[in-house]
Design a protein around this ligand. Structure first.
Ligand code: NOJ
Length: 558
């Protein structure tokens, strides 16, 4: 398997709005990030993925961009950006930018022009259609509730928005759109950036005719099959690769909702013709249901193992995996798969980290995950800021699909805002995030869970992540070893092997709050082993063990 820098890297995602505020306006900013680069250096990560920092009216916190070559006022200036980029590079940290080009903001000059008239030169930059007898052109539901079409009086037509009404979809079939996007990407590459995380890139090519989708409980249709992995998506990404990506040494990761293994082998093919890797969603969707993600069902461990293992095995040697539990769209993993109680907080956070970081692929750490930050005890709808959560509440409760109390519980469990509360730096007011009023509440547990406390404590979750990152750099088997799952039907343990050049890595994780007996596989018994890491200090000399709640360990057999 070809070795590249991004296969050996660990990425840290920053959601700038919530990372560190340097000027007291309650909103994180670029100078705040620069201030904290030494913290990230100490953690040991190689790459930062920066969620969008571009000019934006913030309907979807920066994922609605009105100028791709300008910086959002609240975040600072282009000079601040350049300083941050240089300071990161000085420390050997690379910067990956978020590329949001399935849609723009409706305040982007292209759209402002486009909506003016049917013959405007920018008209075809977006997807405009006639209505059907006073109704939208088709039945698609937007990801943020309601119709995916907005009527525009100016020209008596509708435009498509798969996300919010303020995020009109670009028309990638128009070569001028592709030229504009590729020019803009090249402009950022010239600045010296190190890659792109591509927002919903699997949705840029729509099936012609935009047919109605299968009806959902909401009364709207599912656009999925007509939008995800559409007819020209690979052709457009190959063009992007030829014209921009191949000219630089970049890490590129496509956020690919609806991606299957077969599709991933094209997006992330090791021949380098499209992207470095994809984010797939199958493991995150395991607790979904009829009302989409709005429930409080738990992920089943057997299904989780089956799903993750399928990606590990089937992409091996053909395409590259990304590894993640968390990002700005997901609730905190500790509250989802771990145990945030005082007793098990640290040990279960470390177990989850072990399970993910010993797999094959490039690991992503989302800000605060390295501290074991948890979901947030939001009390009322007014505590939420996220457009998806607020719209979903109105839609599901308004249409009597879900009772108000249930919906609040689901939001508390699944809302994206769980990931978006301020980074917990220390135990001073507002967790040391801002001297002003934070734009969203701070998780009240910051007095216990914060970076300052964990930096000072040797056995903290932070130091455990630090060690996992270090191990990945020391042992090629962690990066390149071949994966196989053991005990697939076990409902408590996640055990797997990695193999490379005669070495074997054995990873054992107890996902429960119970003691669980475990016996080392026959073929490994009696072989010399090194304990690379464990989250509880125990006696690892025996072949039969009683694993403690959430215990995790990694053995290397040489
Ligand atoms: C995926 C992003 O991760 C999410 O935060 C955003 O709302 C949508 N794409 C739309 O850009």
């Amino acid at each position: 398997m070809a070795e590249t820098w991004w296969k050996q890297s660990v990425v840290y995602q920053i959601y700038p709005r919530s990372f560190k505020d340097s000027n007291g306006d309650g909103i994180g900013d670029l100078n705040g990030i620069t201030e904290k680069l030494d913290y990230l250096k100490e953690l040991g990560i190689d790459v930062i993925w920066l969620s969008p920092v571009y000019e934006s009216p913030n309907d979807d916190n920066g994922y609605d961009i009105s100028n791709y070559r300008g910086i959002m006022k609240e975040f600072g200036t282009m000079e601040d950006y350049d300083r941050m980029l240089a300071a990161a590079h000085e420390r050997g940290i690379k910067i990956v930018m978020d590329l949001v080009v399935n849609h723009t903001s409706d305040e982007h000059p292209w759209f402002v022009e486009s909506r003016k008239s049917k013959d405007n030169p920018y008209r075809d930059y977006y997807i405009w259609r006639e209505g059907k007898e006073g109704n939208p052109p088709n039945n698609w539901e937007s990801c943020f509730s309601g119709s995916a079409w907005k009527y525009d009086e100016e020209t008596d037509m509708y435009f498509l928005h798969l996300f919010s009404k303020k995020q009109p979809d670009l028309n990638w079939d128009n070569p001028k759109v592709r030229d504009e996007v590729f020019d803009m990407m090249e402009w950022w590459c010239q600045k010296g950036i190190d890659g792109f995380r591509m927002d919903v890139i699997s949705m840029i090519s729509k099936v012609p005719g935009l047919p109605d989708g299968k009806l959902k409980e909401s009364g709207y249709g599912d656009f999925g099959p007509f939008v995800q992995n559409g007819p020209h998506v690979h052709e457009y990404l190959q063009e992007m690769n030829r014209r921009v990506l191949s000219k630089h040494s970049l890490l590129t990761v496509g956020e690919c909702s609806g991606v299957t293994i077969e599709e991933a082998k094209k997006y992330a093919n090791s021949d380098g013709s499209e992207l470095s890797m994809v984010f797939q969603f199958e493991h995150m969707d395991l607790d979904g249901g009829e009302t989409f993600k709005w429930n409080d069902r738990k992920i089943d461990l057997v299904e989780l193992k089956e799903t993750l293992s399928k990606w590990q095995v089937e992409l091996y040697g053909k395409a590259w995996n990304s590894l993640y539990w968390c990002n700005h769209d997901q609730p905190r993993i500790l509250s989802r798969l771990g145990n945030p109680s005082k007793e098990y907080h640290d040990v279960s956070a470390k177990m989850l980290a072990t399970c993910l970081h010993m797999m094959q692929g490039t690991p992503y750490i989302y800000q605060g995950e390295e501290l074991g930050m948890t979901n947030v005890p939001f009390e009322k709808l007014e505590d939420f800021r996220d457009i998806e959560s607020i719209n979903a509440y109105r839609e599901c409760v308004g249409k009597n699909l879900i009772a108000p109390d249930d919906m609040m519980r689901y939001l508390r469990y699944k809302s994206r805002d769980n990931a978006r509360t301020p980074m917990q730096w220390d135990d001073t007011e507002n967790a040391g995030f801002t001297a002003g009023t934070p734009w969203i509440m701070v998780n009240p547990n910051y007095t216990e869970i914060n970076a300052k406390e964990q930096l000072a404590r040797e056995d903290s979750v932070f130091h455990y992540y630090q060690k996992l990152i270090r191990l990945r750099k020391e042992y090629p088997i962690i990066v390149y070893g071949k994966y196989s799952l053991l005990l697939p039907q076990d409902r408590s343990l996640y055990v797997y092997k990695r193999e490379l050049d005669g070495q074997t890595l054995l990873v054992i994780c107890n996902f429960t709050d119970q003691e669980v007996p475990y016996e080392i596989p026959e073929e490994l018994k009696g072989r010399d082993k090194k304990v690379l890491i464990s989250n509880i200090s125990g006696d690892y000399g025996k072949n039969d063990m009683d694993l403690k709640p959430y215990e995790a360990m990694v053995f290397l057999y040489e």
